[in-house]
Design a protein around this ligand. Structure first.
Ligand SMILES: [Zn+2]
Length: 229
């Protein structure tokens, strides 16, 4: 229900998923995308609500922080991943382009807003009608323009293909261990390590390769989830 106050758990239940691991989720369920936004001070991205035009302006996301990219806020927000697939930014950009070409109707996005730690509000259903690229602090950021739609959407129960539930093949584990030198990719810790799938929810098709697996320590993994919750 629009404007309902929800805990993180209740928010996940709304879309019948155990977790929502990231802010941008293109086609998290068949035909439905979900984004998590925040206009709180200190939020990781500059999302805005344009009260005059009644639009939501949602900032695209940075490259994930890694040893190769220690300062994501200094790098253009990416459309493509290193292995040539679209990032979440890219998938939403493509949806706008396809809509403008008249190939599809605007992408429907269910929006949740973080009000405080562990407190969320359902902002309702929006249409993704446009995007722009802006220069901010000498790098490119993407701004998605969303228009509220007066419509209710039923989110299907049951499992979609959720790749993060898939097992990581041994060969991939060995390759990742070598590449990450047996340390956490974020803080170099050698304790409490595990393999982290850095996978979008509904990538549909591409398999687990060393490019979407990394080593994280328990502390950094917790921080990653805190960012969302
Ligand atoms: Zn760590």
């Amino acid at each position: 229900m629009k404007d309902e106050i929800l805990s993180y758990r209740e928010m996940c239940n709304k879309i019948h998923l155990n977790t929502i691991q990231r802010g941008m989720n293109f086609h998290i369920k068949k035909g439905i995308s979900v984004i998590l936004m925040s206009v709180r001070p200190g939020a990781p991205y500059d999302d805005e609500i344009d009260m005059v035009k009644n639009l939501l302006i949602y900032e695209g996301h940075d490259v994930p922080k890694s040893k190769q990219n220690p300062e994501p806020k200094k790098i253009d927000q990416p459309i493509w991943t290193d292995n040539g697939t679209l990032t979440e930014n890219g998938k939403f950009v493509k949806a706008v382009e396809d809509y403008k070409k008249g190939l599809i109707s605007p992408e429907k996005i269910l929006v949740f807003e973080k009000l405080n730690s562990g407190i969320w509000s359902e902002k309702g259903l929006f249409s993704l009608i446009n995007y722009e690229t802006r220069i901010s602090n000498s790098r490119k950021v993407i701004k998605f323009i969303l228009e509220p739609v007066d419509e209710h959407i039923e989110i299907p129960k049951g499992k979609d293909v959720e790749e993060h539930n898939r097992l990581i093949p041994t060969g991939v584990k060995i390759a990742v261990w070598k590449r990450d030198k047996g340390t956490c990719v974020l803080c170099d810790s050698t304790k409490n390590l595990h393999y982290d799938h850095d996978l979008p929810f509904s990538k549909g098709g591409s398999s687990i390769t060393e490019k979407n697996v990394r080593i994280l320590c328990a502390k950094c993994n917790l921080k990653k989830h805190d960012k969302i919750e």
